[in-house]
Design a protein around this ligand. Structure first.
Ligand code: AMP
Length: 278
């Protein structure tokens, strides 16, 4: 496994890669959710490139960029054991040199939910992903369903800007009690960790109502909010039913929908989602 820090070095290495090239963008501190992406890439691509980059431009000024967890050596060992071919781990100054001034702004889908609570977040995400797609010259890039709105933003960018790669979305990997795996789960103390399962409980209740034939969005969101409100430590940012591509809120559920939640548990913000299929 090659570990590369410089874009020029990556481009030199790229000349010898077998295609298709599968790219897995991450911010490191890897867990089984990331592993699922790497395994899928390993199964489908001849060359698997994993990027580890805590992207400063997708963090707001009051967010956790400075304290975002890092475990580079452990990540490398994991990726080696999963059979990754290349790890690209640039410094921020390599990705955003002095004078950097071009940004990708995906409209509409970014104006809702995460885009409202985290202004500028998706501009940073879209820009860094576009850069990584170009740097790796990837044929496919792998993203987790866990960050569903991020996936929708990336799909829209790739489609609108005619980028030459396929986006593959991999199902959310969960802990035994249902909590979606996330690098940020390490911020939770034991009491908060037990409370955090409430996101999964609310989403499950939405799925159960939907499976039972309920198509009333107000009733389903009401049930999600009721479950979330029972947990004292949970502060709800949103709980809604949305179109999986546009993230427009749905009033009726005659087509596939996504139940989405964002909740703060203490000072940790967690997001999760579940698809409601007809
Ligand atoms: P991150 O390192 O948090 O930026 O995540 C890197 C990629 O892993 C993103 O595409 C995430 O959606 C994906 N991911 C994170 N957590 C999970 C999970 N629990 N299951 C599946 N994919 C995940």
């Amino acid at each position: 496994m090659e570990v590369i820090r410089a874009i020029s070095e990556l481009k030199a290495s790229r000349a010898g890669w077998q295609r298709p090239v599968g790219l897995v963008p991450t911010m490191g501190y890897l867990h089984e959710g990331h592993t699922a992406l790497v395994r899928r890439a390993r199964a489908e691509a001849a060359t698997v490139v994993v990027t580890i980059f805590v992207n400063p431009t997708q963090f707001g000024p009051t967010e956790d960029f400075g304290r975002y967890p890092r475990a580079f050596e452990r990540d490398l060992a994991l990726l080696e054991s999963e059979g990754a071919d290349v790890v690209f781990a640039p410094a921020p100054s390599e990705m955003y040199p002095e004078g950097f001034s071009s940004w990708v702004d995906v409209e509409k889908v970014t104006s809702r939910f995460e885009g409202v609570v985290r202004p500028g977040h998706f501009r940073g995400v879209a820009t860094v992903c576009n850069k990584l797609f170009n740097i790796a010259d990837a044929d496919r890039a792998y993203f987790g369903q866990k960050d569903a709105q991020q996936g929708a933003v990336i799909r829209k960018m790739v489609s609108d800007l005619n980028m030459n790669l396929d986006i593959v979305v991999v199902p959310t990997v969960r802990e035994a009690d249902g909590l979606a795996m996330s690098s940020r789960n390490c911020y939770l103390n034991p009491r908060e960790r037990s409370a955090a399962v409430v996101l999964f409980s609310a989403l499950n209740a939405a799925r159960e109502l939907h499976r039972g034939g309920c198509r009333d969005a107000i009733r389903i969101t009401g049930r999600m909010r009721e479950i979330l409100s029972r947990e004292d430590l949970a502060q709800v940012d949103y709980a809604a039913l949305v179109d999986p591509d546009s993230f427009e809120e749905l009033q009726s559920l005659e087509r596939p929908a996504l139940a989405v939640v964002a909740v703060r548990i203490g000072s940790t913000r967690l997001i999760d989602n579940m698809s409601l299929q007809n």
